[in-house]
Design a protein around this ligand. Structure first.
Ligand code: ADP
Length: 305
C-alpha cells in the first residue's frame, strides 16, 4: 500500500480548473518536493490532501484511507503546516503547543512530554516561555513544524515552508526538514527550486494544474544530464547575449549584469564556439566554468517541452 495515492484529482473554482486530473503514487521515507510556479495548483492539492478542501472529482488515499471519507484516521496520519500559519501572538510557544495537543485530545501529561521533545528538536525550547509575537519568521516556522508533529504523524504536508523566510531562517528550517525526513515522509511544496534541490529526494512537477513529472531526484538528474557554461565579463555585453541566443547548441541564456550562464545541448560545440563569439564581440572574460544542470534548468526543460 502506498503512503499517498492520488487519482485523477481535479479542482475547479467557479469553473476555473486549478487541478486538471493529477495522478501519482508515492511511498517511503524522505522528502518529496512538489514544485511549480505560483498559481500552478500546489496549495490547492495540499489542502485537499490535508482534508481542508474538497476535490471536484478524483480522490486521494493516504495509507489506504480515503481523505474525504476517513477523516478520523487521516488526522492521525498527517501533520500539516500551511503556507501562512496564523498564531495568537499573545501566546507563548509552550501555550501554543498545549492548545494544539488539546485539539488532538491528548492528555496534559502527554502534551507536556511531546512539547519538550518537539520544541527541543525544532530548536525553540529556549524560547518556549516567550510570546510568539516576538518570534522571528524562522522561529514561527519551526514552531509550526513542532505543532504539525504533535500527533506524531507519519506524513508531514508542508506548504512553502521556507519561501517567506530570510536566508538564515531558510537555512535553519531546511536543516530541520533534512533531519525530520529521517523519521517522517515529507511532502513539501515550493517554488524556490534551489531549496528543493538541496532537500528533496523525489521531485514532482506541477504546471498549470497538471502533473508533468514524478521521479526520484537522482534519476531525474541522470536523465537530464547536461551542462551549463557560466562566465563573467569585465563589462556587460548585450551583443554576446544575442549572438549566443541564435546558436543551435544554446538552449537558454541567463544574463545578469556581467554574469552569464548558458544552458547547452552540445557541450563540445559550445566549448569550441562560445569563446570565439565572446572574442569577436570584444568581451573580456574574467571567469569561465562548466557546471552540471540544476533542478531549475530541468524544470524549465520539462515545462517548456
Ligand atoms: P500555488 O499554490 O501553486 O501557487 P494555488 O493552488 O494557490 O497555486 O492556486 C491555483 C490556481 O487556483 C490559481 O490560479 C489561483 O488563483 C486559483 N485559486 C486558488 N484558490 C482559489 C479560490 N479560493 N478561489 C478562486 N480561485 C482560486
Amino acid at each position: 500500500m502506498k503512503m499517498i495515492r492520488c487519482e485523477k484529482l481535479t479542482k475547479s473554482y467557479q469553473g476555473f480548473p486549478a487541478l486538471k486530473g493529477i495522478s501519482f503514487s508515492i511511498d517511503g521515507p524522505g522528502c518529496y518536493g512538489f514544485i511549480g510556479s505560483n498559481g500552478s495548483g500546489k496549495t490547492t492539492a495540499i489542502r485537499i490532501m490535508a482534508g481542508l478542501a474538497k476535490a471536484t472529482s478524483g480522490r486521494i488515499q493516504i495509507e489506504g484511507y480515503d481523505v474525504e471519507r476517513d477523516q478520523k484516521n487521516i488526522a492521525k496520519l498527517i501533520g500539516y503546516l500551511p503556507q501562512n500559519p496564523a498564531y495568537y501572538d499573545y501566546m507563548t510557544g509552550e501555550e501554543w503547543m498545549m492548545l494544539s495537543g488539546k485539539l488532538f485530545g491528548l492528555s496534559k501529561t502527554e502534551i507536556k512530554l511531546r512539547t519538550e521533545r518537539l520544541l527541543k528538536r525544532c530548536g525553540i525550547w529556549e524560547a518556549r516561555k516567550r510570546k510568539i509575537g516576538g518570534y522571528s519568521g524562522g522561529m514561527k516556522q519551526r514552531l509550526g513544524l513542532a505543532q504539525a508533529l504533535i500527533n506524531e504523524p507519519k506524513l508531514l504536508l508542508l506548504d512553502e515552508p521556507v519561501s517567506a523566510l530570510d536566508p538564515m531562517g531558510r537555512h535553519q528550517v531546511l536543516e530541520l526538514i533534512e533531519e525530520l525526513k529521517r523519521d517522517h515522509m515529507i511532502f513539501m511544496s515550493s517554488h524556490i527550486l534551489d531549496d528543493v534541490e538541496k532537500t528533496a529526494d523525489h521531485i514532482l512537477i506541477l504546471h498549470k494544474g497538471q502533473l508533468l513529472l514524478s521521479s526520484a531526484k537522482q534519476d531525474l538528474l541522470k536523465e537530464y544530464a547536461g551542462s551549463a557554461i557560466k562566465f563573467q565579463l569585465l563589462a556587460p555585453n548585450q551583443t554576446i547575449v544575442e549572438a549566443v541566443t541564435s546558436q543551435t547548441w544554446a538552449e537558454r541564456i541567463e544574463a545578469s549584469n556581467t554574469s552569464y550562464r548558458v544552458v547547452v545541448n552540445d557541450l563540445e560545440k559550445a566549448k569550441a564556439q562560445l569563446p570565439l563569439i565572446i572574442q569577436e564581440e570584444a568581451g573580456v572574460i574574467t571567469d569561465y566554468r562548466i557546471e552540471a544542470l540544476s533542478l531549475q534548468d530541468i524544470f524549465f526543460k520539462v515545462v517548456n517541452a
